[in-house]
Design a protein around this ligand. Structure first.
Ligand SMILES: Cc1cc2nc3c(=O)[nH]c(=O)nc-3n(C[C@H](O)[C@H](O)[C@H](O)COP(=O)(O)OP(=O)(O)OC[C@H]3O[C@@H](n4cnc5c(N)ncnc54)[C@H](O)[C@@H]3O)c2cc1C
Length: 257
């Protein structure tokens, strides 16, 4: 439920930030699909989802898991899709080697319970830009999927997504004019930032006002943010970059603006 409302004015576009009542909900696993070899889609049901609010494509919920020592740990995940009337929520888990959230998803069975909190807020980017550029690793694909599905018909959107190999590509339905660029790590000696940058350097940005969104490992997101601000002179207010995880650190989340 919306409790407060703040608008950030820019010349032509208004990004809205909303706060929501944050409450804990208990969900039950109702379906598990291997979307790709390294992306697990888990569907949940709960009567407590009837008043679930998520207005921004890159909103996140906290998932709560036992830490093995009597405490609780939290991880951030994107509500990939939800239906309040049906009481359903879908979360896509990118599978990597370590981590309790990933381990929970791999071992999940139908009927298992998961406690979640939030979203505590939403940042709603208006769909009045001339073009969009969405850049991510696997952890940002859910937010990109939501954004693609919600964009207006025919608007130019390019996605640049780094994945292990072509088996990780996803098809997503969108009314927008979508150019998907998949960058594969396979067989390349370079890191994510360098590989993404190589693709981005070849990218001609369309004329008009554009919104750039970046979500990846924190150092990658920071590097690419610097590239667009310093070298491509993109207006900072039309760029959002977030570290969705931090190499070597558990449960990290960094916003670079
Ligand atoms: C706003 C937001 C939304 C997010 N949405 C999603 C989503 O929808 N789907 C999704 O899969 N992830 C998403 N993430 C990323 C996810 O929260 C992290 O990957 C999280 O660290 C996973 O928790 P874990 O318990 O598996 O690993 P952790 O215990 O947090 O980390 C264990 C180790 O694994 C490393 N690690 C963490 N993530 C990765 C990774 N992706 N690849 C390789 N190594 C990693 C860490 O550096 C650490 O060394 C989101 C993050 C944020 C901030």
């Amino acid at each position: 439920m919306e409790t407060s409302h703040q608008a950030e004015a820019s010349e032509r576009h208004v990004v809205q930030r909303m706060r929501h009542d944050s409450r804990r909900r208990v969900l039950t696993v109702t379906d598990i699909i291997s979307l790709t070899p390294k992306m697990l889609r888990i569907a949940f049901h709960s009567p407590e989802l009837t008043d679930f609010v998520s207005l921004g494509a890159d909103d996140h919920v906290k998932i709560f898991l036992p830490d093995g020592a009597g405490g609780t740990l939290m991880r951030d995940y994107t509500p990939r899709a939800f239906d309040t009337a049906a009481g359903t929520l879908i979360v896509d888990f990118a599978l990597h080697e370590a981590g309790p959230a990933t381990a929970w998803a791999i071992q999940a069975k139908l009927g298992d319970e998961l406690h979640i909190g939030g979203p505590r807020g939403s940042q709603v980017v208006p769909d009045d830009f001339d073009w969009y550029l969405l850049i991510a690793d696997e952890t940002g694909i859910a937010a990109i999927g939501r954004r693609l599905e919600g964009l207006r018909s025919g608007v130019a959107v390019t996605t640049v997504i780094i994945i292990d190999d072509m088996a990780e590509t996803q098809s997503i339905s969108t009314p927008a004019a979508w150019t998907p660029l998949w960058v594969c790590r396979e067989g390349q000696p370079l890191g994510d930032a360098e590989l993404l940058r190589k693709t981005l350097e070849r990218l001609e940005l369309p004329a008009g006002d554009g919104y750039i969104w970046i979500a990846a490992e924190a150092s990658v997101a920071k590097t690419l943010r610097g590239y667009f601000l310093d070298e491509r002179r993109h207006p900072p207010r039309w760029l959002r970059a977030s570290g969705y995880w931090l190499r070597g650190e558990a449960g990290a989340h960094e916003n670079f603006g």
